[in-house]
Design a protein around this ligand. Structure first.
Ligand SMILES: Nc1ncnc2c1ncn2[C@@H]1O[C@H](COP(=O)(O)OP(=O)(O)OP(=O)(O)O)[C@@H](O)[C@H]1O
Ligand SMILES: [Mg+2]
Length: 266
């Protein structure tokens, strides 16, 4: 099992978008994926379901574990407004930042190959819980000056996290999302980002596409979309998912987990 957090305290950079679409893609390929919505906005949850069922809040407050099945191989641990209440509560406990980490070590979670955590746009206790629970970090960003600044701040925070409570946390990669090639400034900033992060950058860039929102409206991943204008974004999400898996060295896991998965991946 590998646990990955999608995080950036800057809002609207694509944390939820990448979490849901890469999660969906890898579930289609045969990985058993759990998406954890650790954001009180509940965007990830609402992007898949209209139902309000118990999820992360209830699990962290000891009221039981309930996974919502989205499709074969894809489960959701839902987030809701109630999570905001937890921020304060967790902050008052000396080891409040370890709740999620303790939770995912319980046997209920052993069935998953991948756990993706979608975090809120802040560095509060829920994000701290995600950073403590994860082994890897994916940072989505936009080709904008503010996003660049936010990402540098985040890297500083990650440095503190690895020095204090999670020395094993590793940065899997930084990915540019909502890229728009037309403005010259975006291209210049993209160059700067690549120059700063070098090999940490994922090679795949996710361009701006209305299909991303269409998939949300249909409560599915972009992998599911057909019709004109869908190929490019599908290919990009697939390429990014492949890069992520190869950085995790997950191909090996599928091969040893047996024929069905190997077949599903090809
Ligand atoms: N590549 C893209 N093309 C077009 N729209 C996109 C793309 N990526 C994300 N969006 C849209 O931009 C908005 C913000 O994206 P998203 O919710 O994934 O960001 P976020 O980082 O999770 O935001 P928050 O910090 O509020 O949680 C959403 O409406 C989403 O559908
Ligand atoms: Mg989000």
């Amino acid at each position: 099992m590998k646990t990955i957090i999608f995080t950036n305290q800057k809002g609207g950079v694509g944390k939820t978008t990448l979490c849901r679409n890469i999660g969906w893609q890898l579930a289609v390929l045969g990985y058993k994926v759990l998406l954890i919505d650790a954001d009180g906005q509940g965007n990830l949850t609402k992007s898949f379901t209209d139902e309000e069922v118990s999820g992360l809040y209830e699990a962290l407050t000891g009221s039981g574990i309930h996974f919502q099945e989205i499709m074969e191989n894809l489960s959701l641990f839902s987030g809701s407004k109630k999570l905001s209440l937890l921020e304060k509560q967790l902050a008052s406990e000396i080891d409040g930042y370890l709740r999620l980490s303790e939770l995912i070590k319980t046997p209920d979670f052993e069935r998953f190959d991948l756990i993706f955590i979608d975090s809120p746009p802040s560095l509060g206790m829920l994000t701290a819980n995600g950073l403590a629970a994860a082994e890897h970090l994916v940072i989505p960003m936009n080709a904008s000056l503010f996003s660049m600044q936010g990402t540098n701040d985040l890297l500083e925070t990650v440095g503190k996290v690895t020095k204090t409570f999670n020395p094993d946390l590793s940065l899997l990669g930084v990915v540019i999302n909502t890229y728009d090639m037309i403005p010259v400034i975006s291209r210049q900033i993209r160059e700067e980002i690549i120059e700063s992060f070098k090999e940490i950058m994922f090679k795949t860039v996710i361009h701006k596409s209305i299909k991303i929102e269409e998939a949300v409206a249909l409560q599915c991943g972009v992998a599911e979309l057909t019709g004109s204008g869908t190929q490019k974004v599908r290919d990009e999400i697939k390429a990014l998912s492949d890069e992520l898996v190869s950085r995790l060295d997950m191909n090996k896991i599928l091969e040893i987990s047996g024929g069905a998965l190997t077949h599903a991946r090809s």
